[in-house]
Design a binder for this molecule. Structure first.
Ligand SMILES: Cc1ncc(C[n+]2csc(CCOP(=O)(O)OP(=O)(O)O)c2C)c(N)n1
Ligand code: SF4
Ligand SMILES: [Mg+2]
Length: 279
């Protein structure tokens, strides 16, 4: 039985890489549940785009965000209640254009959040405009002659921004991606998973990725090794590119204090929420 399924009708195009991301995430939640995490403690958010529909397809608590702001939304959740595991789903346009400052500063302060990028190299929902990770020469309605810009490299950007967990996955390698997602959520600190997501309608990259992806056989031993792996172009290495341990932002701010749980008893919190909802 799929206890994460919802009533929502799935409107992704048949063959979209988002299906693999959804399945991998469900597997990751199951892995975490098997290790003792209650799924009620996992909160999600999403930006705006095809990727964001994942919010409707997962029976988990959360808050739909606006374009580029899912990283900010989940930081608020975590700061209010550090007992939660929080996950932001974001598109490549969403995270690397409209929301790039939220992404960089969440990494810089080592906010204990997980960011999953549906990196399809295109603005999918708005029908195919070029996006920050589109290849040079990409043709779409906003670049009919081909984009003249170099694509942004999400992995090296995150290394420069002090992220403490950086990984890349591919939905075709479903179990590998599920494992990366579970490890990202378990990591204490800022976790980033860039998912190479083919968009069959506007940027069909299956053939290219199938020939270029390669699962890493070891965790890079240093920052410099991680950077050289992040910058490889001959292959697209998959796996954890970088991992380090640093105190997360909420603990630097207030140690083990939990603002929601420690500020008032549960009954009082419920009363306040009921009063707010009746306004
Ligand atoms: C502030 C703001 N600017 C622009 C839009 C219009 N808009 C909605 S979705 C979208 C593109 C989303 O692209 P991406 O984040 O890559 O997600 P995808 O659809 O590819 O999954 C844009 C530009 C918006 N909703 N809000
Ligand atoms: S437009 Fe692209 S990203 Fe959006 S649902 Fe279709 S295939 Fe997926
Ligand atoms: Mg996109």
């Amino acid at each position: 039985m799929d206890d994460l399924a919802t009533y929502a009708e799935n409107t992704w195009c048949p063959g979209c890489g988002n299906f693999g991301i959804l399945s991998a995430f469900k597997k990751a939640v199951k892995k975490l549940e098997d290790k003792g995490t209650q799924k009620e403690k996992i909160m999600i958010s999403a930006g705006i785009g095809c990727h964001a529909k994942i919010f409707d397809y997962l029976k988990l608590s959360g808050l739909y965000s606006i374009h580029g702001r899912s990283m900010a939304t989940v930081q608020g959740m975590k700061l209010a209640n550090p007992d939660l595991k929080v996950v932001a789903f974001a598109g490549d346009g969403d995270a690397f254009w409209e929301g790039i400052s939220h992404l960089i500063f969440a990494a810089k302060r080592n906010a204990d959040i997980t960011v999953i990028i549906h990196d399809n190299g295109v603005y999918g929902l708005t029908t195919g405009q070029y996006a920050p990770t589109s290849e040079k020469g990409f043709k779409g309605p906003s670049t009919p002659e081909g984009s003249v810009e170099e694509p942004l490299n999400p992995l090296s950007l995150m290394l420069e921004s002090n992220a403490t967990f950086i990984a890349r996955g591919y939905p075709v390698k479903l179990d590998h991606l599920a494992d990366l997602m579970a490890q990202a959520i378990e990591h204490e600190g800022f976790s980033f998973v860039d998912v190479l997501q083919p968009c069959v309608t506007f940027n069909n990259t299956y053939q290219k990725y199938n020939s270029l992806v390669e699962i890493l056989d070891h965790l890079p031993e240093s920052y410099d090794e991680a950077m050289s792996i992040a910058k490889r172009k001959d292959k697209l290495p998959l796996g954890i590119i970088y991992k380090s341990e640093k105190t997360p932002f909420h603990k630097l701010l207030y140690g083990d204090f939990n603002p929601v749980m420690n500020s008032m008893p549960r009954e009082k919190r419920r009363e306040n929420i009921a009063r707010l909802l009746s306004l």
